[in-house]
Write a protein that binds this ligand. Structure first.
Ligand code: GAL
Length: 353
């Protein structure tokens, strides 16, 4: 809301009033002016991303995009994630979509998915970690999700499509990618536009990085099997090097997340290392993705993590921080409020110059 909207009603009421009324209104006018001054001081300074806090959307409701993914189309980012709103129907699973031009203020677009058990996985079925890709050839938006039964034994993906980024997505198919068990999924779009799915496969103890088919409706080819028992996988290509992150497997409980680098997606990916002091358990969060923001002055890579509240999922929080990255090193700084200028790519973290 702009400060003009806050101020105008006061001025409208003052037009055409006599002096007595004016005297009565004067203190109100003064206080409204000072409210406007304070408001404009706030609106003039860039808005902050506040890790771990409630993140209100344009309606003032906490963003419901847990285990999420982000795509950029022209100058707009779209954030998709698990919508765990408390009064959602218990027999359905929901995915919400938000849009932003600054990565800080998010506009709710639609509950793009509200589905009852699309693959007959039974009561308590699981639909997690949605990731949306735009296929320029078919002009379809293609959503991958982790689909499972109540006890996480089915280990499949589900695929949904829509003609609009924030339209209602329709169920297409469900399968085990490359015939492997697949639980947590991650998405990666390389600088050349190629689309990959990262999926965790327990029997083989690691991640697969796999290329999607031309229409994105299936998983075509194994690019690499990364032998590290990790999930919550995310990838970024930064200054000629691929950086892969993931969490250990401890359900909703946070653990020390790790990273490795490679010159090619095919690997090798030796030496997984901590992304933060291990005793902080990644500051209570779990990786879901890395977002690369290429600005005019700087390229910033953002760590997107979830701070899960398993008993009150709708209240789960987000930990987003700009990573310290380069020369084969990646480090998640301790969380603090921060700003980003998406035009320049520059960030400022509170208290850290
Ligand atoms: C986590 C996973 C989440 C969810 C959870 C269930 O390890 O990353 O997406 O599946 O387990 O316990």
């Amino acid at each position: 809301m702009s400060d003009k909207v806050w101020c105008d009603p006061y001025f409208k009421h003052l037009v055409g009033y006599d002096k007595g009324v004016m005297n009565a209104w004067f203190p109100i006018l003064l206080s409204s002016l000072s409210i406007c001054a304070v408001a404009s001081a706030f609106t003039d300074s860039p808005k902050q991303i506040k890790p771990g806090e409630l993140w209100p959307d344009n309606r003032g409701k906490h963003v419901q995009a847990h285990g999420g993914g982000i795509i950029k189309l022209r100058d707009t980012w779209y954030w998709f994630g698990e919508d765990r709103t408390q009064d959602n129907a218990p027999d359905k699973r929901y995915v919400a979509c938000y849009s932003s031009k600054d990565l800080v203020t998010w506009r709710f677009r639609n509950q793009v998915l509200k589905t009852t058990d699309p693959a007959n996985l039974g009561p308590g079925f699981v639909l997690e970690r949605p990731k949306v890709y735009y296929n320029a050839k078919t002009r379809k938006y293609v959503m991958y999700v982790h689909l499972d039964d109540q006890s996480y034994r089915a280990a499949r993906v589900g695929v949904f499509t829509s003609n609009r980024v924030d339209g209602d997505y329709e169920f297409k198919t469900s399968f085990r990618p490359l015939d492997k068990e697949s639980r947590d999924i991650g998405q990666f779009i390389d600088d050349d536009g190629s689309a990959y799915l990262i999926f965790e496969s327990r029997p083989t103890g690691g991640f697969y990085i796999a290329k999607l088919s031309e229409d994105y409706l299936s998983v075509e080819k194994e690019v690499c099997f990364v032998h590290a028992p990790l999930e919550g996988g995310g990838l970024v290509h930064y200054e000629g090097l691929y950086y892969l992150i993931g969490s250990r497997m401890s359900g909703w409980a946070p653990n020390p997340n790790l990273y490795a680098t490679s010159k090619t997606l095919e690997g090798p990916w030796p030496d997984f290392k901590d992304i933060a002091p291990p005793k902080t358990n990644t500051y209570g969060s779990q990786s879901t993705m890395m977002v690369k923001v290429t600005g005019k002055k700087k390229t910033t890579v953002i760590f997107m993590g979830d701070i899960w509240h398993p008993q009150t999922q709708w209240d789960s929080r987000y930990l987003w921080m700009p990573l310290e990255i380069g020369d084969g090193k990646l480090w998640l700084p301790s969380p603090a409020p921060w700003t980003i200028d998406v035009r320049t790519g520059e960030t400022v973290v509170d208290g850290r110059g």
